[in-house]
Design a protein around this ligand. Structure first.
Ligand code: UDX
Ligand code: ADP
Length: 444
């Protein structure tokens, strides 16, 4: 199919590159000229495993980038809107969605053939039907359901695994205003064999995305609350508690051969210093605000956010137990991105932690395998950035691990060679507590 994708950010670019790989003719549209040029030169503007390889393979073959939205709409049969939907002033900000809908509507005015407009961005239930559709009708002077269709197709892409998640999806949600819209949207995914596909209306598709992310965020905050309780009671390790919980056969089913299936779901039932990223915090907050508009108190999700916002404080509590005055204390912070395999710092627990340490005049060294550059934009020269793990943990009084980077597995071995043993705080309960001398951790 001839596809235009509006917004070549994280979601749009991954989607565009993967759809091109699947054989569609794709044009990625973005207002950012520099981004467009990079894409056309096969340079990925974002770090995502496997993305640049696929970009190199498909660019100028069946993928191109442009700033010309009008031409892209006229020359394609289906458009996916993948612009950002930030959370601003306690609600979802639909500015970009509205702008793009208006521009697409104007282009549709000139188009004689049927066109399908698909919302890929995460938007609160009702947005596609009651915000996007009327804007398209007004700007085009045409009628939805006759001259064009409107559909909703949420993404479930984990950062760092986005290419895999797109190429081998666990589900495809096809929301649409009518049968025709769903039918055409379905054609985009016709080469995805044997994937569970759910056909529904736009509002339900929108709600599925929020519900999925809210469930995962709830499990994390639940685990963190339990972890904090374990630490308060004493003599209980949350890691063992959660291991015991994971052994529930309803969480990890036992197969007829006696072996257990360990679903990746259980990875969200582990205590740590909190969730971050571009989705969980923003989406849960947007759903809470939306729910309240409809008279739902959203007490559970309110608590999920509250627990998460306080969770980085647990690291500081442990630190202050050992160093009541942090001024002048040399601290190594390991991991700055909100999770491994990404350079994304958005809503990362490392941000409030490092900010607090700076405020308290601690002397901070930090290391992240790839997010150092992004972090420098944020912290500048207020902390020292190291290029190497060994150098970071040398001559410090405390080490704080905040991201589960694979590289950090070698820390216990590296620490053996240190002259004096610093305090070690495991914010992700990643390492074996018996392998590090002065080990402390969340939920311990
Ligand atoms: C998420 C969803 O998984 C994806 O389907 C959706 O489309 C976008 O949002 P992502 O933001 O990449 O993807 O994050 P994910 O890998 O799901 O993890 C999110 C956060 O949870 C990370 O900060 C991670 O550190 C944290 N986490 C995870 C915990 O704090 N504890 C855990 O037990 C598991
Ligand atoms: P996400 O993480 O949801 O993919 P991003 O912020 O990474 O969001 O990407 C959104 C992209 O959309 C950015 O590259 C931005 O330049 C682009 N964008 C915003 N408004 C428009 C517009 N009116 N037309 C085309 N692209 C747009």
């Amino acid at each position: 199919m001839k596809v235009s994708i509006i917004g070549a950010g994280y979601v749009g670019l991954v989607t565009g590159v993967c759809l091109a790989e699947k054989g569609h003719q794709v044009v990625c549209v973005d207002v950012n000229q520099e981004r467009v040029e990079k894409i056309n030169q096969a340079i990925s503007p974002i770090y995502e495993r496997g993305l640049e390889g696929l970009l190199k393979k498909n660019i100028k073959v069946n993928l191109e980038a442009t700033t010309n939205l009008y031409k892209s709409i006229v020359e394609t049969e289906i458009s996916l809107i993948a612009v950002g939907t930030p959370f601003v002033n306690n609600e979802i900000d639909l500015t970009y969605i509205k702008e793009v809908s208006h521009q697409i509507g104007q282009a549709l005015k000139e188009k004689s053939t049927y066109h399908l407009v698909v919302i890929k961005s995460t938007v609160v239930p009702g947005t596609t039907d009651t915000v996007v559709l009327p804007i398209l009708e007004k700007a085009s002077g045409k009628k939805a359901g006759i001259h064009f269709g409107v559909a909703m197709n949420p993404e479930f892409l984990r950062e760092g695994e986005a290419i895999q998640d797109f190429m081998f999806p666990d589900r495809i949600i096809l929301g649409g205003m009518d049968e025709k819209s769903i039918e055409i949207l379905g054609k985009l995914y016709c080469s995805f064999d044997r994937v569970d596909t759910l056909r529904t209306n736009n509002k339900t598709a929108e709600m599925i995305k929020y519900t999925s992310n809210s469930l995962l965020a709830t499990m994390i905050s639940f685990s963190n609350e339990i972890g904090n309780l374990c630490a308060s009671i004493g003599d209980i390790d949350v890691v063992d508690v959660m291991k015991g919980v994971h052994l529930d056969k309803r969480l990890s089913p036992i197969m007829p051969d006696g072996k257990r299936v360990v679903p990746s779901f259980t990875a969200y039932l582990e205590a740590g210093c909190g969730f971050g990223g571009s989705c969980f915090p923003k989406d849960v907050k947007a759903l809470i605000a939306h729910g309240k508009k409809f008279g739902s108190q959203m007490r559970l999700l309110d608590a999920v956010i509250q627990i998460n916002e306080q969770q980085p404080g647990q690291i500081l509590l442990i630190l202050k137990k050992h160093f009541p005055v942090l001024s002048g204390i040399r601290i190594a912070v390991l991991g700055l991105s909100f999770k491994p395999n990404t350079d994304d710092l958005r809503e990362s627990p490392s941000i409030p932690i490092v900010k607090y340490l700076i405020e308290q005049n601690a002397i901070v060294k930090a290391y992240d395998p790839i997010a150092g550059h992004e972090a420098y934009q944020l912290f500048g020269d207020t902390i020292e950035f190291c290029n190497d793990l060994g150098q970071t943990i040398k001559d410090v009084q405390a080490i704080v691990l905040l991201t589960r980077w694979e590289e950090f597995k070698k820390i216990p071995e590296m620490m053996i060679h240190l002259n004096t043993q610093p305090l070690f705080i495991d914010g992700r309960r990643m390492l074996d507590k018996y392998h590090i001398k002065r080990y402390e951790g969340i939920g311990l």
